[in-house]
Design a protein around this ligand. Structure first.
Ligand code: XMP
Length: 517
């Protein structure tokens, strides 16, 4: 394993992903973890991430010097670089010499381990206020910029390397290559981590964990629960039962996709619970977004628990008790729930498939080591259909939070039609990858005047919200082609009754969130 020491902000996750792209398994640890504990994990290499602090700030995270003396190769990036410099006796000045964004880097030693085979001038992504003016003793300076005399250094004998910039971001043109040089050449690691290995490893682990007992899994139609279920199905076959709660807030064709395509691809035992009436009744008269989210979350759990109780009752006394619950928890969920203190609650996210705490089940979480793109690769390798594996994110509360106003059956049907048209046209235009997701929102409490045929209409607006994003934490509205927008608009106003206007949301996140509620 390669450890990525997290000094805050969001750099560590990106670094961990890049290490895995280099086919080396990586894990993130907090910078507060004692060095002895890190070393006890027997890492083949350690990477120190960037972070928001100045090494001179009071309370700035530090590291025990022992980390550099254990004989484990270490690579410091940005804050990690400065920390390495100061800890080992180099000089970092608070000169006010700032660099932000794309910066030219001049490589001064082409024979260096990190920069071998890369151009002598390359573009890198900088973000720092302090600057290193002298490398620690025994280190060779390998690169500089117009502002910083020591922008990279290495001590090949001790296997210690550092760069002032962020090689993990795509704007650093040779970043991945330099990271790979550290892993392969500096640390001597063989790239061998593949999704094929993950599947084999997980299948064995699941068999061992579950034994001859039974497991259940909540399917939401999303990528994560589908891949988790397929993986567990591969491991224990008919000992698994999946439950799909149809709350009536799904998009057109979604329930059918789970019922047919997923079952066809995996052969899983599926229990579909039709709970549409129940959700509509519970949502009647409610317009407040948070209240809607809470109701949907609560009802979902009730229905799921009921289905679960039925399955448990059916298996009772057969000697195959249901003892396990499968969840599609991903690595970022684990990292974030470990380190996510003090973040404001913007919306109560309800993860359909996320279940109550007092469950008497043991959890099976076969994706807990994986990032989203890796989950997709695993799904592909397991033979799941492209439409499931490449699905764009869709919120657990479904169309319920895309109707601004009360949720009713008529409004859901109308929005489902508009959404299906938008999705169809976006796919036809080949925009599914470029667009992260495109919520289609019905402003149910708004009406405007229009003219259709020869008559006056007084109908609702539909909002298109195409966004581009890497992780949904921030997003920008997608500058999509006007003619595709025109086609969607024409079709929606022609084909969907009671809609006479289509508008485009041109707000980034922040300040707007991706969903409207
Ligand atoms: P926001 O609207 O907060 O959305 O910018 C960020 C991402 O999260 C999705 N989302 C949800 N996903 N349960 C989910 O599983 C939820 O309650 C939920 N709310 C928002 C949203 O679609 C976007 O991808």
């Amino acid at each position: 394993v390669v450890l990525v020491v997290d000094f805050g902000a969001q750099y560590a996750q990106l670094i961990a992903r890049r290490v895995r792209e280099a086919r080396v398994y990586s894990e993130i640890v907090p910078s507060t973890m004692p060095v002895a504990e890190m070393l006890a994990k027997n890492p083949k290499a350690i990477i120190l991430s960037g972070g928001p602090s100045s090494v001179y700030a009071e309370g700035a995270p530090r590291l025990d010097r022992a980390i550099f003396e254990a004989g484990v190769p270490v690579f410091g990036m940005c804050y990690g670089f400065q920390l390495m410099a100061t800890t080992l006796g180099g000089t970092v000045d608070n000169t006010g010499a700032r660099e932000y964004g794309r910066t030219p880097l001049y490589v001064s030693r082409s024979g260096s381990t990190l920069f071998e085979g890369t151009p002598s001038e390359q573009s890198v992504w900088m973000s720092h206020g302090d600057a290193c003016s002298a490398a620690p003793e025994g280190f060779a300076v390998t690169a500089s910029t117009d502002v910083v005399p020591v922008a990279a250094f290495e001590n090949d004998e001790k296997k210690l390397y550092g760069v002032q910039y962020h090689p993990e971001v795509l704007h650093s043109t040779h970043g991945q290559q330099i990271l790979e040089h550290f892993l392969y050449r500096g640390a001597g690691i063989e790239p061998s981590w593949t999704t094929g290995n993950v599947i084999e490893e997980q299948v064995a682990a699941i068999r061992e964990q579950v034994g001859t007992k039974r497991a259940i899994c909540g399917l939401s139609g999303g990528v994560d629960s589908a891949v988790a279920a397929a993986l567990v199905q591969k491991a224990i076959g008919s000992q698994l039962t999946c439950v799909y709660v149809d709350h009536g807030l799904m998009r057109k064709g979604e329930t059918e996709q789970v019922e047919k395509d997923f079952v066809a691809a995996t052969g899983v035992q599926l229990k579909v619970v039709d709970a549409q009436e129940r959700f509509l009744t519970a949502l009647a008269g409610v317009s407040d977004p948070e209240e809607k989210r809470k109701i949907i979350g609560r009802e979902f759990i009730r229905v799921f628990e009921q289905a679960q109780a039925e399955i448990v009752a059916e298996s009772a006394g057969t000697g195959e008790d249901v003892a396990f619950l499968v969840q599609g928890t991903l690595y970022p969920d684990i990292v974030e729930s470990g380190g996510g203190t003090g973040t404001a609650n913007i919306k109560s996210h309800h993860n359909v498939g996320g279940l109550p705490e007092d469950l008497e089940f043991e959890l099976v979480e076969p994706l807990r080591q994986l990032f989203k793109d890796e989950v997709r690769m695993v799904g592909q390798e397991l033979g799941l259909p492209e439409e499931i594996v490449q699905r764009q994110p869709f919120p657990g509360p479904g169309l319920g939070i895309r109707i601004v106003g009360e949720v009713t059956k008529e409004r859901l049907d109308l929005l489902r039609e508009a959404d299906a048209i938008a999705r169809e046209e976006l796919t036809a235009a080949g925009l599914d990858r470029e667009i992260w997701q495109c919520p289609v929102v019905l402003l149910a409490d708004v009406r405007s005047v229009g003219v259709q045929g020869d008559g006056r209409t007084y109908g609702h607006p539909i909002v298109l919200r195409p966004v581009s994003s890497e992780d949904a934490m921030t997003a920008d509205w997608t500058r999509m082609p006007y003619d595709v927008l025109a086609k969607i608009s024409t079709r929606i106003t022609n084909e969907v009754a009671d809609v006479n206007r289509v508008v485009l949301d041109v707000t980034s996140k922040p300040p707007g969130t991706i969903e409207w509620e």
